[in-house]
Ligand binder design. Structure first.
Ligand code: C5P
Length: 364
């Protein structure tokens, strides 16, 4: 079992869940704002944002992983006179070699699957945020709980109680009710669109969220399996995740560049960061923070509890949307959100137990 550390007396488990809830609402709002506040022709590249997120997250994880590696060379007893007298430069060398061998461990390929899934998901998230209002996106994204449960049952062999199955049905129902709101917003233009500069397509947004829910469930459960069935450090796993993300994150950028090079005549770098302003960077930073907290939450809690934390963020986003975006609060939205919250509460009444986990992941 993992020893759960604490910060200022608060267990990291609860601290990370609460931070994740706040981060989730901040991300929903800032991402939506950054996408719809300009006409589509002046939008920044979502693919660049995803790549920047991975680079930053990977660098931070690498620094943390490095700081956690001690400089004891394999085969030496700690505190031998030899070690104590090691020069700083050779200590650094030892630590760097250790870091390298841990990052490029024989089982690092296991992270390639969640890495590819998360890159797809992160791109889909931008598409969804561009086409749905912040609160509708937030509530619809709760279908993650459904897919996470399904993948937990299939891959982790989790057993769900009848009340948990019922709560999953309620969740789908609640999300459906909230969808009615999205459709009515489309009929009444401007009722929930923040600035109105960007045309939103709720159907496209809904399809993107649905696909993102599948990758979220699968990637989350897969990451949890790797993390909990193998001894490697969380931060080393994060570095591996970011490394494997680089190639799929670069793919759409190369594609976009090849398609647009003739029209814009801009250089690679200029093209990458076209319209990439303060809001785009703010979205990237909040996304980086979210990735790091998500990793901590999956380590010290699990994906099910993560679902609970993010459903809390519905309330935060909802209130913020009303205050900031004059979000049109219809009875359907309130009813749908209430059903989603009740479903989440019901789901967490009797947490599922893992009965069996994938044993093949235990061997590297
Ligand atoms: O919505 P969901 O909780 O599935 O989102 C997970 C997010 O956290 C994704 O953006 C993913 O890239 C990020 N993540 C991460 N590092 C992990 C696990 C998830 O950056 N170890």
């Amino acid at each position: 079992a993992n020893a759960v550390p604490s910060l200022c007396g608060i267990p990291l488990k609860y601290l990370s869940l609460l931070t994740l809830a706040v981060q989730n609402s901040a991300l929903t709002i800032i991402m939506h704002y950054s996408r719809v506040s300009t006409p589509a022709s002046q939008a920044y590249s979502a693919a660049t944002a995803v790549l920047m997120t991975e680079l930053l997250k990977g660098t931070i994880s690498l620094i943390i992983a490095f700081s956690r590696i001690d400089s004891t060379p394999a085969g030496y007893e700690p505190l031998t006179p030899h070690l104590a007298s090691q020069r700083p430069l050779s200590r650094l060398n030892t630590r760097l070699r250790k870091l390298g061998s841990e990052v490029f461990s024989p089982d690092c390929w296991k992270l390639s699957i969640p890495a590819i899934l998360y890159v797809i998901q992160n791109n889909l998230q931008y598409m969804a945020a561009s086409n749905l209002d912040a609160a509708t996106f937030q509530v619809t994204y709760q279908m993650k709980i459904l897919t996470t449960a399904a993948f937990s049952v299939i891959l982790l062999r989790k057993k769900l109680s009848p009340s948990q199955w019922l709560s999953l049905l309620l969740l789908a129902l609640g999300v459906g009710i909230v969808q009615l709101q999205a459709v009515s917003n489309k009929i009444t233009p401007g009722s929930s669109v923040l600035v109105g500069a960007h045309d939103m397509n709720p159907m496209k947004g809904f399809l993107a969220v649905t696909a993102a829910c599948f990758t979220s469930g699968l990637a989350g459960v897969y990451f949890e399996m790797v993390l909990k069935n193998t001894p490697s450090d969380l931060w080393i796993r994060n570095v591996q995740l970011s490394l494997f993300s680089l190639l799929p994150a670069l793919a759409p950028i190369i594609y976009e560049y090849h398609n647009n090079i003739d029209q814009t005549g801009k250089g690679v770098f200029e093209g990458l960061f076209m319209n990439f302003g303060v809001l785009a960077w703010a979205t990237v930073l909040v996304q980086v923070l979210g990735g790091l907290i998500t990793a901590v939450v999956i380590k010290y809690s699990d994906n099910i509890l993560k679902g609970f934390a993010t459903s809390l963020s519905i309330v935060f986003s909802f209130l913020a949307s009303v205050a900031l975006f004059s979000f049109h609060m219809s009875i359907t939205f309130v009813l749908g959100s209430a059903v989603v919250l009740i479903a989440t509460w019901l789901y967490n009444q009797h947490p599922a137990r893992v009965t069996e986990s994938f044993t093949w992941l235990k061997s590297s």
